[in-house]
Write a protein that binds this ligand. Sequence first.
Ligand SMILES: [Zn+2]
Length: 269
Amino acid sequence: MTRRLPVLMYHSVAERPSASTRRLSISPNAFTAQLELLCSEGFVTVTFSEIVDALAGMRALPSRAVTLTFDDGYADFHEVVLPRLHEFGCTATVFVTTGWLEDAGDRRAGPAPGKMLSWGQVQEIASAGIEIGAHSHSHPELDQLPDNKLLWELRTSKDLLEQYIGVPVDALAYPFGYWSRRVQGAVRSTGYRSAAAVANVSAQIPQDRLAVPRLTVRRSTTPNVFRRLMYDRRIAQTFLGDRSLTAGWAIVRHAKYVLRHARLSRSQI
Ligand SMILES: [Zn+2]
């Protein structure tokens, strides 16, 4: 029997999120209810790197394991999520966009989509046993970048995080879930051991460790939908509107990259 390992993808957990984060955010009460459901049904939380090692056969997992991941680095992870994880004895992985952090200073990379963590909070979160992963420095569409910019994004976020938290940063989450074989090659050569994608299916063994699929949790995720995420094999149907996750859309994105760079090289001649 194939074993399914759900890896959930969260963003902001807030009562009143900013307009740009609203759709992908959930309320603190909904998050608490999800933790209650997971614990009452015997799920044990493990970090993203732990679940990737298990997918590679390098680690045993409890019979019901789940991974909670949080993208972008919203300040509400420190204020809202961390105390709840502590209360329920859960762990998680936070994927930080380093150029968006509250005190990024002269390394700031454009406006952030909401109130973000500070470096001090990232350090506190790491000390609390939560895994910190990278989510690039400026949150670009990695598959559309030329090689030099792609490598810079991957290296800068990894180096800064390792400098501040003092432990290796092994995991990356692709901004917007966009990746390609070329991006995966750059991720591997930069020293990451695993990468989180978005495919809205559960991870299975064997698994490509540089494209581990995650399930999106959002404001419209009712308790029934959440339960389906954990158990239902046909969950992809829950996400039929997510065109960015289809194979056809990946081909369109690759064509876009090729066209853009053909145009660039012509203009350089
Ligand atoms: Zn993101």
